[in-house]
Design a protein around this ligand. Structure first.
Ligand code: UTP
Length: 225
């Protein structure tokens, strides 16, 4: 069975309180599809809150990241509990662990791994490790834009991009104000390019597009290959 990896935004799973209804609808879709899934869950607001608390106590950026990783794992456990069967019981701590679990189950779920990166990069590393040809980035933005679509209403959505175009855009975005996150982090962009992994950016709540992206069919988001 082919394996597809999802980078599942923390803001979708836990916009303030865990969104059980959304997670259940996503799980229903995935359960009915003939694919295996690696799912890396983000931290969202909870990660930012816990990281900020660590900084206020005088913690280093390393320690703030460690707290944020705990938030990604909390959200990942919530997703595991919603999937219930044919999934690892506890969040995988390492990629090696995820590889073992993927051999046994339809679903393998993890959160963050080491300080200094984000779950986008973890998702691409998991795809490399499991031999997945496709990664989906599920967030509350429906694709990759030329600029932040929330701030700039003239921003244009890309339908297709090359790896070089995505890397260029992510690089430029890294230099903007703090707090304006690009849709996919720079390291993740470099990693998909080195392994020629197809990346699909769709709104996580548009389940029709999520299905199409999993199958590698045309959808309303952005495809990078
Ligand atoms: P996310 O991947 O959720 O980061 O990890 P994000 O960019 O804030 O994503 P959105 O906005 O929720 O979609 C949350 C934080 O956890 C730490 C980082 O501090 C990151 O910003 N983290 C995550 C790590 O240090 N290592 C990891 O492997 C993953």
């Amino acid at each position: 069975m082919d394996i597809v990896v999802l980078s599942l935004g923390g803001s979708l799973v836990n916009p303030g309180t865990p969104d059980a209804q959304y997670v259940a609808s996503l799980v229903r879709l995935l359960s009915g599809m003939k694919y295996k899934f690696g799912i890396v869950v983000g931290g969202g607001k909870l990660a930012r809150k816990w990281a900020e608390e660590a900084r206020k106590k005088g913690g280093s950026e390393f320690e703030a990241d460690e707290e944020a990783i705990k938030a990604t794992k909390r959200n990942a456990q919530f997703v595991i509990d919603a999937i219930k069967k044919d999934v690892n019981a506890k969040v995988c701590e390492t990629f090696g662990d995820a590889q073992k679990q993927a051999a046994k189950h339809k679903f393998v779920v993890m959160g963050g791994t080491i300080p200094g990166i984000t779950t986008d990069s973890d998702a691409v590393l998991l795809a490399e490790c499991l031999g997945a040809k496709r990664v989906l980035n599920l967030s509350n933005i429906d694709g990759v834009y030329s600029d932040n679509p929330v701030r700039n209403h003239d921003a244009k959505k890309f339908r297709r991009m090359t790896y070089a175009q995505l890397i260029d855009l992510a690089g430029k975005n890294d230099m903007r104000r703090a707090g304006t996150h690009f849709v996919f982090d720079f390291l993740a962009c470099k990693l998909i390019a080195r392994s020629k992994i197809e990346a699909h950016f769709v709104h996580g709540k548009n389940l029709l597009d999520v299905r199409k992206a999993i199958e590698g069919k045309p959808h309303g988001g952005t495809v990078v290959k």
